[in-house]
Design a protein around this ligand. Structure first.
Ligand code: HEC
Length: 125
């Protein structure tokens, strides 16, 4: 026969294990969502299209000494990349000299801008 004490212990243990599991799964679900958000770009975002719409005007011509994008322009980017990609992306977000904040792409998220900068650097060979 079950003693009432045993039953209570089993029930309590079950509740404890279940709530611990629930707690753990809540934490990992939160982390998962955060990671997803970090890597998430705006709906329908395309780095090349955004570059053409927002950055091309200055960065294809080198207006106001903007580092030029495209073949033969690796030298324009090398010294800027020396401070690290994160710093270069931050300058694109905050602006730098004649470079306006966000390159005037106000619908761009920080991740979008990072993707556009990556596109610009990758195309400057
Ligand atoms: C109005 C002209 C203009 C537009 C539009 C523009 N830029 Fe720039 N950008 C510049 C100029 C000028 C510089 C050089 C600034 C300096 O070094 O003083 C620059 C520099 C940069 C740099 C180098 C930052 C560094 O750390 O050296 C990045 C990256 C960049 N722009 C990204 C972008 C992106 C992305 C866009 C579009 C979303 C954009 N720019 C749009 C003018 C522009």
């Amino acid at each position: 026969m079950f003693s009432i004490k045993k039953v209570v212990t089993v029930v309590l243990n079950t509740v404890f294990v279940m709530s611990a599991a629930l707690f753990a799964s809540t934490i990992s679900a939160d982390n998962g969502q955060q990671e997803l958000q970090l890597a998430q770009l705006s709906d329908g975002f395309n780095a090349e299209t955004t570059y053409m719409a927002s950055c091309f005007a200055c960065h294809s011509t080198g207006a106001a000494n903007a580092p030029k994008v495209g073949e033969g322009n690796a030298d324009a980017w090398a010294p800027r990349l020396e401070k690290g990609m994160d710093a270069v992306v931050q300058n694109a977000i905050n602006g730098l000299g004649a470079m306006p904040p966000k390159g005037l792409c106000f619908t761009c998220t920080d991740d979008d801008l990072r993707a556009v900068v990556q596109y610009m650097v990758d195309s400057s060979t």
